[in-house]
Write a new protein. Structure first.
Length: 192
């Protein structure tokens, strides 16, 4: 069974798979590479959602923590919808040009761009960093955990070719949570 802590590790692994598949020549066509990569991304996002809940449970909670958890989960959901659209378009398109036409059609629907592609997906990273900062303030994780997530996010934002590098940075950032730290992590009672 994948627990919330392990979900963080598995999510980074699946993100690394997606990043590695993108670098394989021909993987951006309509073949199995696209599908494998996007299935890995979709599953990684599902597990990241479970990981966000675990970060909140470990002590980043309270009223403010719920706001950051909600933001992160909204970003996860937007990413899942985006991946679902990508998988659907690839499944029904004859070639890359036809897939592009489908993307254009979906993205031209009012509200889809900010909700699924631009603004709301960013909330995943905002929520993730905020929860880690709260855990840092409560000495559940060290200062470098949120810093590594920011660096990984910036690298991935600069170029999707750095997805696997960003995933490794996320994994290192999550290690104290995944392993339970030297003395084991426990949920910390949290206020607002």
């Amino acid at each position: 069974m994948v627990t919330g802590r392990r979900a963080l590790g598995w999510s980074t692994g699946l993100l690394a798979v997606y990043g590695a598949v993108r670098l394989v020549p021909g993987s951006r066509g309509t073949g199995p590479g696209w599908t494998i990569g996007h299935l890995a991304l979709f599953a990684g996002l599902v597990l990241m959602g479970a990981g966000l809940v675990e970060l909140w449970r470990l002590g980043a909670g309270g009223g403010v923590g719920r706001v950051w958890l909600g933001a992160g989960l909204a970003g996860v959901l937007a990413g899942m919808v985006q991946s679902g659209i990508d998988l659907w378009a690839n499944a029904v398109a004859e070639d890359v040009a036809a897939r592009s036409v489908l993307f254009d059609r979906v993205q031209s629907v009012p509200g889809v761009m900010p909700l699924v592609y631009t603004a709301v997906p960013m909330l995943l990273y905002v929520g993730l960093v905020a929860l880690l900062v709260r855990l840092t303030a409560r000495r559940v994780v060290r200062w470098w955990s949120p810093v590594l997530v920011v660096v990984g996010t910036v690298l991935m934002g600069a170029s999707l070719n750095f997805l696997s590098v960003g995933a490794v940075l996320y994994l290192v950032a999550f290690l104290p949570v995944i392993t339970g730290g030297r003395n084991g992590l426990r949920a910390v009672p949290s206020g607002a």
